[in-house]
Design a protein around this ligand. Sequence first.
Ligand SMILES: C[S@@+](CC[C@H](N)C(=O)[O-])C[C@H]1O[C@@H](n2cnc3c(N)ncnc32)[C@H](O)[C@@H]1O
Length: 266
Amino acid sequence: MNFDRFLQEAALLEGLAWRKYRRRSARRRVEHRLMELGLDGFDAYLELLRSDPKETSGLADLMRVTVSRFFREREQWRILADKVLPELIAENIGVDVIRAWSAGCCGGEEPYTLAIVWLESIAPFHPGSAIEILASDIDEASLERACAASYDMGSLREVPPDTLAHYLTREKGHWSLAGEVKGLVRLERRNVMSDPLPAGMDLVLCRYLAFTYYRGERLHAATVRLWETLRPGGILMVGKKERLPGGASAFFDPWSGCDGFYRRKG
Ligand SMILES: C[S@@+](CC[C@H](N)C(=O)[O-])C[C@H]1O[C@@H](n2cnc3c(N)ncnc32)[C@H](O)[C@@H]1O
């Protein structure tokens, strides 16, 4: 059995989808696991996975993709700045703080982009409002990168030049993020599927996680959890290319015809 076929079938056991991104890293991890277990091929490993739920629960770690970048899908951030955040502020009458959660924050690129959008496009026009950004990930190494907040050009290639010059400083081949941006983001290790959910979120970003990599019951459970964490009317932001599954229409409505934004039903 070849590697892709193996991972397609194995992933299904755990409600995951194999998308062939970062194929080489996944293959390296799977082969390392085969060695640890003393197995001689993908067939033998699939057989073991079918009979051992503990081994199956480790599949998500083997398949994990930890890639992100600042202003990924720039158009979405423009919509967030021009429409979503102003609307949330207008709705939160009497509440000065917008509560946001980046639920798979990787190396911090996503929540720090949100912080920059806030500082650039919202704060100057809404001096009475503030934002609290919780950023979490299951992956320790990613959180360490987020904490260090030092990036190479690959993850900064979509940042507008003026923004780059304003919020990042070049240091020994890397770019360091300004403290002003880091100060808006609180980093925590959390599994979006099993750890306690933050309550009453106005905005949740769950991009290129559940709606790309989950299937079946796992996907449904993730949809319900995201619904639970948002306040009624709160906004869910997913990747521009991601769509919520059919069953999610009981929980979310598409927001204003903009791809990648949904409003939590009441
Ligand atoms: C492909 S990256 C996407 C990062 C970012 N949201 C973006 O769109 O650029 C997926 C991230 O989700 C994290 N992740 C995967 N499963 C998770 C889980 N159950 N709970 C929290 N984070 C998870 C991974 O560690 C990874 O950092």
